[in-house]
Every structure is written in C-alpha cells, then in structure tokens.
Design a protein around this ligand. Structure first.
Ligand code: ASP
Ligand code: MG
Length: 435
C-alpha cells in the first residue's frame, strides 16, 4: 500500500486535477490518495467564516463562479457534471446559511468544505474514467484527541472504513479534516494534509508515503532567495523534521513524526515532473552521507535576553523561566545560556507582554525583534571535527546573535538580524555547496 498526497496547487485547475488522475494510474500498486483543498479555497473559507454578511456573500459568489468553471472543464459526462453542480449548490447554500449566524462562528465547519469538494470531484473523475476506486470519508477514521491524532483509534477505524468499501485498487480521502473527541468536525491545522498522509501511512504500515508538490523534492537552500540550489536525494527523518520546522516550506513540520515512528519512508515528488526522482526521507541507519546537506531560514523570530543575578550558582532558575513560557503556551526554539543570563527565541508574540511582565519580577529583559534563524542541517556526528568552523566561516562578516549546536546531531543554528538573511544564505550557498 502506498499513500499519495496531493497539495492544493496540484489540484489548482481542472487540467491539473486531470493530470493527477493520469498520474495515479501509471502503475497497479494499491494506493490511498489524500487530497488537500484546491489552492486558495481554505483561505477563502476562513475569510467567509470571519466576514460580515455582505463581504461573505461576495466571496461565496466568487468561489461559486470559479468552481462552476472548474467542474465544466473537469467532467465529460453530463450526469457527473450535474451531480457536481448539485453537490456544490448544497455546499454554497450551507455557507450562505452559515454567515447568517453571528460572529464568532465555528471556523472548523467552514474550512472542512475545501477538502470535501476536492475529494468528491476527484473520486467522481476516477469513476468516470472507469477506474476501480472507492471513497473513504476522513471523518470516519481521522480521530484527534486534544488536537493530536489518536493513533489506536485511527488504526481501528481506517481498517473498518477499508473493509466497508471492499478491496479496491485506489482509495480517495481528504487530508486536513478530522473528528475530535467530542465528535465535532475539526482539523489538523493549516497545511495539515501532509500530516493526514503520514498518519494514514503509519496507521496502515504503508510501504511508502508520497507527498506530491510542485518542486523536485527538497532543495539544499531556499530557491526564492538564492540563485542556484540543488535537490537532495536523501534525508533522515531528523534532518527533514529540522528543515521543515526551521523554514523550508516543503513539509508540515509535524508530519515526519508518524512516519518516523512507523518507519515508513516519505518520498517528495513533483506533479509537474513526475518521473524526477525527488527526495526520500527515511531511517537514520540507512546509508547516510555525513556533512552538511541543507540550509533553511525562519523569519519573524523574537530573541529574548533574560538576565538575573539570582542565576549565579543557582539551581532551578531555568525551570522557573521555562514555566513562564509554558504557562503562556509559547514554545521556545533556540536557547543559549551564560553564567547570569539566558537568551532564547520564540516565533509567536501573542503573549509576549504577559511573559515579560512575569519575568521582570526577578530578571532584566531585553527583546530583539526581526531576527532570523539560519538552520544548517546535516549529519553532524559528535566525534567529527571542524563542522562548526565550516558552518561559521562563511558567516564571518555577519553579526551573530546566538549560536546553537550540539542539541541534536543534525542541526546547527545561528540567529541573525533579518536584514542579513540574504547575505547569510548566499554565503552559505557559495561556501558549503559551491553555488
Ligand atoms: N487545505 C488546508 C490548508 O490550506 C490543508 C492543506 O492544504 O494541507 O491549510
Ligand atoms: Mg501544504
């Protein structure tokens, strides 16, 4: 069994959805296709959920028009077109009723339509082509408890869903959406379709999870910033997770975990160039080349320096600081410590004022905004010499605010002012990858 996940841009037009349908029948392997919403749809649904009546009505009408054209170009049989029209009509009616309710509305009910629409179109397209396919509703098996996938429940219910429809070559389902422990419609947060795919892959112990996007796998630097990048053939789960977390916009940061736990490889492939090899993400103990593999940058970072004379020779001080961040549900990314001070970074400033007020009771705080984490990922074994120099040498002309190394064997990170980001990525690209 192979899991295929297609993102919104791969379904962006009827033509592209048709190419996806061509792609999934290139071989006879049994597969589950996990789909995102058509690109732009989730954003529009969020706007609708948050809008006042008139604005909402305008966006609904705009969507209605776009989707009418989409199905016209998608289906060739009149009966399928009619079915899609009726299906959309029911959804747009539902949205119109939805916006008559007062704000705030339950956004989760609005956004769920995106994946429901794309998956309904896709299964009907396959059936129109006479392909042996069946539909699985993610709401029947994708169960989240406290916002996290409930793996035992998912394993049980996905088997049940598969049994119910019987043996097929292709199954189609939705990414992103789920049911929570209260049996409400919920979702796995933005970009969560990748996560759905790896959860399903892990639940069924699939042979492989394929994430199809618009780029030939993971690149060693950010193609939007530097001129030349190259594709990476292979990454370990740890390297992929660090890269996804620290800015490479390739994968949902949480999605590596289920695959890693179940030891299912993830392959990143390109719908615009389906025969390209892509990148494979798999277990650490596969043949793994040592050294630097990729560089990523994460903007919008806030550095907090916490200084206190109480810290000198004291124990429990870090605990006290981290408890404040825990209390305000703010996750800390980088940490460096000195004798009487700690510097750390966060990327979410929604509770920053309260955090500072709390910490100022016993510390002196300074804050630097507009910082960027530059994350260098690779296999850095702790017995290897010279890696830090290799990473820092290219950055010798750039003021470095923090350095973090040794936390894992796959990441060295530095914090710089965002105005040096381009210069830093170019320098690393030149010296580490010869571009
Ligand atoms: N449609 C959802 C989003 O736009 C989930 C996804 O595409 O992965 O966030
Ligand atoms: Mg995505």
């Amino acid at each position: 069994m192979i899991i295929y996940k297609f993102g919104g841009t791969s379904l962006g037009t009827a033509e592209r959805m048709k190419s996806v349908a061509d792609l999934v029948v290139r071989d006879d392997l049994q597969k589950i296709i996990v789909l995102s919403a058509v690109s732009g749809t989730t954003d529009m649904l969020i706007k609708i959920a948050r809008s006042t009546g008139k604005q909402g009505e305008e966006i609904i009408s705009q969507m209605e028009k776009q989707y009418a054209e989409y199905i016209q170009a998608l289906f060739s049989k009149e009966e399928n077109l009619l079915e899609a029209k009726n299906f959309l009509e029911a959804i747009f009616d539902g949205l119109r009723t939805g916006i008559t309710k007062a704000l705030p509305r339950d956004e989760r009910l609005f956004v769920a339509y995106g994946e429901m629409i794309s998956s309904s179109f896709f299964i009907n397209l396959l059936l129109e082509r006479g392909i042996d396919a069946a539909f699985l509703s993610a709401l029947d098996f994708m169960i989240a408890t406290d916002g996290e996938p409930n793996m035992p429940a998912i394993k049980y219910f996905i088997r049940e869903s598969l049994d119910k429809v019987g043996e097929k070559n292709i199954y189609v389902t939705q990414g992103y959406i789920c049911k929570n422990e209260k049996n409400e419609i919920d979702n796995l947060r933005r970009g969560g379709s990748d996560y759905s795919a790896t959860i399903i892959g892990a639940a069924l112990n699939a042979d492989e999870i394929q994430i199809w996007t618009d780029i030939d796998g993971v690149h060693n630097n950010d193609p939007r910033i530097v001129r030349k990048t190259s594709r990476i053939d292979e990454l370990s789960y740890a390297e992929a997770a660090e890269l996804a977390y620290f800015g490479a916009k390739i994968l949902h940061p949480l999605c590596v975990r289920p695959a890693r736990e179940a030891k299912v490889p993830i392959r990143l492939l390109n719908t615009l160039n389906p025969s390209a090899e892509g990148t494979i993400i798999q277990s650490e103990n596969q043949k793994e080349a040592a050294g630097v593999k990729a560089v990523a940058a994460k903007d919008g970072i806030i550095a907090i320096n916490i200084r206190s004379s109480y810290m000198l020779m004291a124990y429990g001080f870090l605990k006290k600081i981290f408890e404040v961040f825990e209390h305000f549900k703010t996750s800390v990314d980088m940490v460096t410590t000195a004798e009487v001070a700690v510097s750390l970074t966060i990327d979410d400033d929604s509770n920053l004022d309260q955090i500072v007020t709390e910490l100022e009771k016993y510390c002196t705080i300074t804050i630097d905004r507009n910082q960027t984490i530059i994350c260098v990922v690779g296999a850095f074994r702790k017995d290897d010499a010279g890696i830090a120099v290799q990473v820092l040498e290219p950055l010798k002309d750039i003021p470095i605010r923090m350095i973090s190394s040794g936390g894992s064997e796959s990441n060295i990170s530095v914090l710089i002012d965002s105005k040096y980001k381009q210069q830093a990525l170019e320098a690393l690209n030149r010296d580490l990858f010869g571009h």
